[in-house]
Design a protein around this ligand. Sequence first.
Ligand SMILES: Nc1ncnc2c1ncn2[C@@H]1O[C@H](COP(=O)(O)OP(=O)(O)O)[C@@H](O)[C@H]1O
Ligand SMILES: [Mg+2]
Length: 367
Amino acid sequence: MAEVILKDIVKVYGRQVAVRGIDLEIEDGSLVVFVGPSGCGKSTTLRMIAGLETISHGELIIGGKLANDLPSRERGVAMVFQTYALYPHMTVRDNLAFSLKLAKLTKAEIDARIAKAVAVLELGPYLDRRPSQLSGGQRQRVAMGRAIVREPQVFLFDEPLSNLDAKLRNQMRVEIKRLQRQLGVTTIYVTHDQVEAMTLGDKIVVMKDGEIAQQGSTLEIFERPRNKFVAGFIGSPQMSFFEGKLMRRDGGWLFDSGPLQLPVIAEHYGDALVEGRHVYAGLRAEDIVPLGHGMQPVNFVAAEGEVTLTEMLGNENLLFGTIAGLNFVSRMQQPRVVELNERLSFHINVARMHLFDRETEQNLKVA
Ligand SMILES: Nc1ncnc2c1ncn2[C@@H]1O[C@H](COP(=O)(O)OP(=O)(O)O)[C@@H](O)[C@H]1O
Ligand SMILES: [Mg+2]
């Protein structure tokens, strides 16, 4: 087990900068998830930690040792890929034993390690099968088994569940978390799926364009997104954003989009409130409450909205539409069927509103 530290890690491919200065400390025994849109540099960062890519600049420290120039096999890391990368002509047992034989472990040691992995992964019945005779979930488990038998200091997962169907993916996600807790091995997990990230990670690292947009716990990132990108990326359905500007009114402040005006609770935004400043107001679906369907906010503004699309999920109905010409999505609790083009009253929870600067897209909320 080991702590992993990245200091200003950069990866350059020719003239393209894929990773532009990652600073990160991953605590011993913790599970950290890298999440972000396709192409933001998650896999490249992971592959640099694994030793599958050279590091252009910066320092990688694994277990207190500078690892930049260590060959992959001396880093104590084991990687699990989306494609499993199993040897098709070998049985499960041989797939598990392969790297251990290569490392010249004794037969007794190999058998002991395989027995242990097989027990935690419940692979006992499949040891003599070949990968083609296994389901996707079982193959994924063998791939994890191959990582476990190596007894690494660090597990690296690159979108390991992307090839599985939704139900199996949820099941395997729970299993990976349980396994990680049980083994206590420092783990870095890459995914583009924000739900996977939020449910899995002790810490989430949100990446964008080769940089860390924000790192923190699920709740920290959900409650205090640093900028509009993170606010929009984390949380489902997506936060609604309204364009407008700040305005003084009767000694207080308003967010003004023209047709829609929302009171601004001044102490939430410190000295960011400047007359005429162009901003986005950000509201999560649960903070735009259909009248009578959810807890009524303490500080609210009532507004009429028109619903143009619904997603009935049984326990809730997601309502998409417009309020004063602005696109929004609202979460309707204790749902009922809402007709197309139906007009409803909504209570907008202004205490939960975020304000983002239109230029920098930084969150102006300080409290
Ligand atoms: N071997 C490579 N050569 C050149 N560019 C690459 C290579 N691998 C990745 N890239 C580029 O680096 C960026 C980050 O890629 P990647 O780390 O795979 O993103 P992610 O895993 O987040 O989807 C992308 O723009 C990608 O095109
Ligand atoms: Mg990738």
